[in-house]
Ligand binder design. Sequence first.
Ligand code: GLN
Ligand code: ZN
Length: 762
Amino acid sequence: MVKSSVLGYPRIGADREWKKALEAFWSGKLEEAEFHNQLQEIRLNHLRKQQEQGIDFIPVNDFSYYDHILDTAAMFGIIPSRFPYEGGAVPLSVYYGVARGTKGAAASEMTKWFNTNYHYIVPELSGATPVLTENKPLAAYREAKEKLGIEGKPVIVGPLTFLKLSKGYSTSETDAWLEKLLPLYVQILQELAEEGVQWVQMDEPILVTKLTEADVQRLNTIYETFAVAVPNLNIMLQTYFESVENYSDIVKLPVKGIGLDFVHGFSGNMQSIKKLGFPKDKVLGAGVIDGRGIWKASLRTKLELLKELTDLVAAEHLIVQSSCSLLHVPVTVERETKLQSELKDSLAFADEKLQELVLLTKAISSADTEILNQLEAYDQAIQALQQSAERNRSEVQNAVATISSQEPLRSRPFTERYAAQQAKWQLPLFPTTTIGSFPQSAEVRKARQLWRKGEWNNEKYADFIREQIDIWIKIQEEIGIDVLVHGEFERTDMVEFFGEKLAGFAFTQNGWVQSYGSRCVKPPVIYGDVAFSGEMTVEETKYAQSRTKNPVKGMLTGPITIMNWSFVREDIPREQIAYQLAYALRQEVEALEQAGIGMIQVDEPAVCEGLPLKEEEQADYLAWAVKAFRIATCTVQDTTQIHTHMCYCEFHDMIDSIEAMDADVISIETSRSHGELIHSFELNTYKLGIGLGVYDIHSPRIPSAEEMTAMIERALRVLDPKLFWINPDCGLKTRGLDETVASLRNMVQATKAARAKHEATV
Ligand code: GLN
Ligand code: ZN
């Protein structure tokens, strides 16, 4: 019999009760004992749901108090020495200290989990002596069994993935570290086997990235060790997010099952399995239901795929599963009451995906018409959305087809535009500017709430926003900034703001997903053809410009960032969605220019987040991402200055793409990428306007003018002073008023010093 399996279930709860419990505990409003109780209740509730749906392999130990990588490190007692930890089970105060920082010790670094928007805590190995502080998977297994009678499937982060995602050791020490960790893994597995556990899911997503020969060797060592130590425990070696590299090495490993992603790694995995076959003695975990997307699957198509797989793998060796953990999707569609029915009927969040898995599993071994009708209903829902007006905006489709078939070029190259812009704008050497947002004070947030609740009418709210703009235009003038911004007080979020004003978007009431720790995001849903349906930013920008003689930059979010921070439709390629967004934004750019705004910034902080995991696919993505930016910005006059902003990305192998965006000025974050970015400019000269962030905006600390001078001088060693701008690293919306003003004053002071020093020689 074919069985169904889930790789992980969202932690946050349908009502974000998990988030609320964590935050209540942190703020001291919840006692530790009660906190544990609440979390247990949430955890059991999630298991119960899967049990009720009839999932055969229910994951346990996928739940977390913060993050599963941090859990794994804590389980091995790997706690940075700056925290007061003396061995044994890690107390919650230390656990959360590592995650969030304490008064005396900085938090561990946090980074993106592969190409998702989930962030994990990077384990710091240096100085640690790994020991097993507690067998977490065992505890989770026992709990599920005792409380609910569930024969759970413990989920464990595999050793190779854990090592590869950790830092604080050099490559030459990898094997030594593996030697320290392996016995602990063995102990965990032996205890599980003794307890009677049947299946363990060993997550090794690192296997979808390129492995060195040494890593393949390590993989052999790891799984051979396990095979000897726990010969009767079934290990499902689980991969996801892409097709595996080294397929033939992986299928040879002595494990009982191999889990492959047949959604995001469909073509690669399919090719491998067809070409190289699948071992007769192994179980195939077929990840056919998308764990990351929010759409219903065409179950008939999935059934065909599974049938194709049963030609290669015996039915009793097939498990129907989600492509990855359901952590990356919201909990349930059921509570959405405001979505248009065609849209709502096409959505499947975690709970609906459980139903899909079970239905599909039944369908394989039955020809029951009732079941076939149920499958059919999925296609009907998908078809209905497909035929809706939202997906058939022919004017957008035609315009985008034409525009994207041409090369989007400014009318003249940068050097010529530069001369025209210099003549028009008469900016001083090293112009100063900021990235766009100013502090979203409690007052600003309050005003927005009152307006959203209807207690303030549009006029009152607009007056309030104008007041804020006035205040900040004055502040910027008084500090002596050259290119001003209006401050973005009317925006909660840089994507949501535009999504609410463009056609083709929908917003859920409860579509939250965990981003990091207790922080959840509710991405907009791009479900139709995106269309411009009226000016979005002109009013505020024009108002700000009317209050000052200095230039005010218009401020837009770029097409790729809007796309990467949304859930998007899957019936057309992402490239096409990007072009539709770009075309809509172009109309806003033109409207701003028409309204007399001569500098327009189109932010693209999320370009890196869409970078495909497979290196060979990255160039293509970057090419169309650049093209989308240019579609949005290329139609303005020579004298109109296009700015862009990017942050928190490994920029070094992207400089060519950044240059190809052809923005007249880019402001780019530097502090987190440290010297690396500056080093890249040593290797390649950058030929357009550029401002390297001279201070990190993530800390309330006020940087001194001297520190910023040092940054400026360092940058000037590799960048052309004529093209150099001075700005902070990113937007200032999370900062307070006083620190913002003080920091910007220092920035202007540092700029003046730099001008005095360099003016004569430029
Ligand atoms: N203009 C935006 C701001 O200043 C940019 C934010 C970002 O880069 N994430 O807030
Ligand atoms: Zn930024």
